[in-house]
Design a protein around this ligand. Sequence first.
Ligand SMILES: [Zn+2]
Length: 281
Amino acid sequence: MKDRAPSFTRHVLAHGAVVANKFWYGDGSPFLGPSFTAKKTADRQDEIIALILKAAKKAEKTEDKQLANAFHDLADKLYNCHPHHRCGSLACPECARAFQKAKTAAQETVISKLQKSRPKKQLVFVTIVPKGKTFSPGKFSRIDIIKANRWLKDTLKPLGKRIIVGSADLGWESRRGGSYIQLHWHLALCTNNPDRIEKKLKASFKRGMKYERHIDVKVARDYGFLPYVNKVIKLPDLLRRNRTYLPELLLALDQTEPLDLLVFTQLRLSAQEGRLLLRPI
Ligand SMILES: [Zn+2]
């Protein structure tokens, strides 16, 4: 079952740069908030490993050997993730946090350059919750971020050629009618007409039945929203109220390369001196 581990075939150099740079695993900037210090993340790492091992035991009881092995492999991977040997898995709280920080820093840099060159435009924080793209427990392995991001970029075409940065995000929804993961996006872009952006997005993306606001466009005063854009999941919240389905979600995250979550248009991703770089094409 060892071949379950993702081989990180895309963005290889950029991926390697993040996991090799201790800075992203420490408490340097960007600050992600008091719940996401290196210490609290290390504690959460232990909690996650225990939770995965419990799920492995449960799978053994139901004689689902394949699932039990998958959980054991993931627990081993997270347990063996150390400063000199990082696993780079999105299911690993320490590695996922490192990617969140590296992505946030890269986006901050490209946005601040963009704002300097176009001082009259406003920076906006966009949330898009598409119709569909929902996954019930038992179906999390169907989450295909690469395909979803391709669809997003196609659907964003009416906005014209412009620089957009952001990330896919997985939200846990429990509502009447069941609980599920909703794939959605948080993006940042500069515009001199936020209302027109909102109108165009509303015309492009259909609204799901359960959402009153499937498109949200807010003018941003600073870059404080970027860590939120790059969080992927709300781990402390899931640990509090969704321990049942979290192990399955972690298996799905482990199959997703962290940098594939990134959304960027008119930019190229590279790495330099342990940092991610988003440079205009
Ligand atoms: Zn790791």
